[in-house]
Design a protein around this ligand. Structure first.
Ligand SMILES: [Zn+2]
Length: 84
């Protein structure tokens, strides 16, 4: 992964199950700060934010206050293996 220790790019479902949001998280190799770009799936507010990196990671939408969560890493790894 080079200069990043964690990178993800995902689409997000809202409570109605529609894929309206997305999130990108970057954590530099020498940092514990996550750089986040998201579009909230509930209110479609787009924003850039920085927050302490920890797992499980979640961030609060600054507009509607909804929690945006990343799913467990294990699930993601399993999915990646199936693709190959
Ligand atoms: Zn929102």
């Amino acid at each position: 992964m080079g200069q990043f220790k964690y990178v993800t790019n995902r689409t997000l479902q809202n409570k109605a199950g529609e894929l309206k949001g997305k999130i990108r998280v970057l954590v530099k190799a020498d940092s514990d700060t996550a750089e986040v770009d998201y579009v909230c799936p509930e209110c479609e507010n787009g924003e850039h934010a920085e927050q302490e990196w920890k797992k499980p990671f979640s961030i609060k939408c600054s507009k509607c206050g909804g929690a945006i969560k990343l799913r467990k890493l294990k699930d993601e790894i399993k999915k990646d293996k199936k693709k190959r």
